[in-house]
Write a protein that binds this ligand. Structure first.
Ligand SMILES: Nc1nc2c(ncn2[C@@H]2O[C@H](COP(=O)(O)OP(=O)(O)OP(=O)(O)O)[C@@H](O)[C@H]2O)c(=O)[nH]1
Ligand SMILES: [Mg+2]
Length: 359
């Protein structure tokens, strides 16, 4: 049909590729989930199975777009997906990427519903909207995820206090709203503690900290600068290049062949310095590629991502986490009895965010 008189309509389609070498975050949000959660009798203020269903749908997105999505964070009826700076998915077209993620998520949510709600039929089709935001650097990406986790905390503290007043304290919803008006965080902690014997800090981390999904090495050990050389499965030449020390020492041997030796000693010194810098940069790039290639395990975490611990390699390597018990539940019975969200292996994310910015 390309050559017909109608083909000119193609010109009305505007390009919507986003600029290269920037981080893309796609945030999806449940449409009308206030009503949806009521209709499907979600527990108040948090329904762990509903949250785990969101996590399952997000894991499906990450598996489907492996290598493109580095990290995801979810709370309530929303999920944010961070695409790698280097992604060329759909030529970086905003509408294609966003709609594909929304579609993958929504279909996985519906597909898995009965596993998480065996006794509650799906009464109407849920839907999600999505938007993409472009972020220029690591710091603003970290601040974005800090913002979402801070929001999780603020909302959850409010909702926990609100529903304690209504469900345990016998207040009407209007009375509870009024009682919480103008209160600070400390006041809500106090209300929960003194009136209802609830220690907010002891509530399940999934409620307080949301869920972070991140690709890690299959040993679940955080990536550290010295760890990769011995355990690498890459080719010997790559292994050598991935070790900064080895790479730099081999630079000297190679230098003679990199270019003509300059007659002026000062120029020659400068040339060698530039060569050395270039080689070190190449080695560093290769090291990052090697590490990225090892990211084969998707971890589900309920840990702090506002502080440094998640993002920085620990000084001393931590014990490899046993993630066998935190596998994706296979059946509805598994979900309610195994309660994967309470598995302590999900609570320690030390150093696991290091992989996120490997590009
Ligand atoms: N009971 C219960 N409700 C939940 C849970 N998670 C999310 N919700 C509901 O989902 C809502 C999500 O907030 P919003 O996204 O602002 O509300 P919405 O109704 O989806 O509105 P739009 O996103 O604008 O369409 C919350 O206000 C709750 O009513 C849960 O675990 N338990
Ligand atoms: Mg919503």
């Amino acid at each position: 049909m390309a050559g017909t008189k109608f083909a000119y309509v193609r010109n009305f389609e505007l390009p919507d590729s986003v600029i290269p070498d920037t981080y893309l975050v796609v945030r999806i949000d449940g449409k009308g989930f206030h009503k949806f959660s009521k209709a499907h009798d979600f527990a108040k203020p948090n329904d762990a199975a509903a949250l785990e269903l969101m996590n399952e749908a997000a894991r499906y997105v990450m598996q489907s777009l492996k290598g493109q999505v580095a990290l995801a964070f979810g709370e309530s009826d929303e999920y944010s997906f961070l695409l790698r700076k280097s992604t060329t998915l759909y030529s970086r077209r905003n509408s294609k990427i966003t709609t594909h993620i929304v579609s993958l998520f929504t279909s996985a949510y519906v597909w898995n519903w009965s596993k998480f709600f065996p006794n509650q039929p799906l009464l109407h089709p849920p839907s999600f909207d999505g938007r993409m935001v472009v972020y220029p650097n690591d710091q603003v990406v970290r601040d974005y995820f800090s913002w979402r986790q801070a929001d999780t905390h603020i909302n959850n503290l409010y909702n926990t206090a609100f529903w304690a007043l209504v469900l345990q304290g016998g207040r009407t919803e209007q009375e509870a709203t009024k009682e919480l008006e103008g209160t600070f965080s400390a006041d809500k902690h106090e209300i929960l503690h003194t009136k209802f014997g609830i220690n907010y800090d002891q509530l399940p981390p999934i409620f307080r900290k949301g869920t972070t999904l991140v690709w890690t090495t299959n040993t679940s050990e955080p990536l550290t600068p010295t760890q990769d050389a011995g355990s690498s499965t890459t080719s010997p030449s790559k292994t050598t290049a991935s070790h900064p020390g080895l790479a730099e020492s081999s630079v000297d041997a190679d230098e003679a062949s990199q270019g003509p030796v300059l007659a002026n000693a000062k120029d020659e010194k400068l040339r060698l310095k530039i060569e050395r810098k270039r080689a070190a940069k190449d080695a560093k790039k290769q090291e990052k590629r090697d590490k990225k290639a090892q990211l084969s395990t998707l971890r589900t975490l309920h840990c702090d991502i506002i502080g440094q611990d998640f993002w920085q390699a620990p000084q001393v390597a931590t014990q490899p986490a046993q993630h066998g018990s935190a596998q994706i539940p296979q059946s509805a019975r598994d979900v309610s009895s195994s309660q994967p969200w309470n598995d302590p292996v999900r609570f320690d994310g030390t150093g696991l965010g290091v992989s996120v910015f490997l590009d």
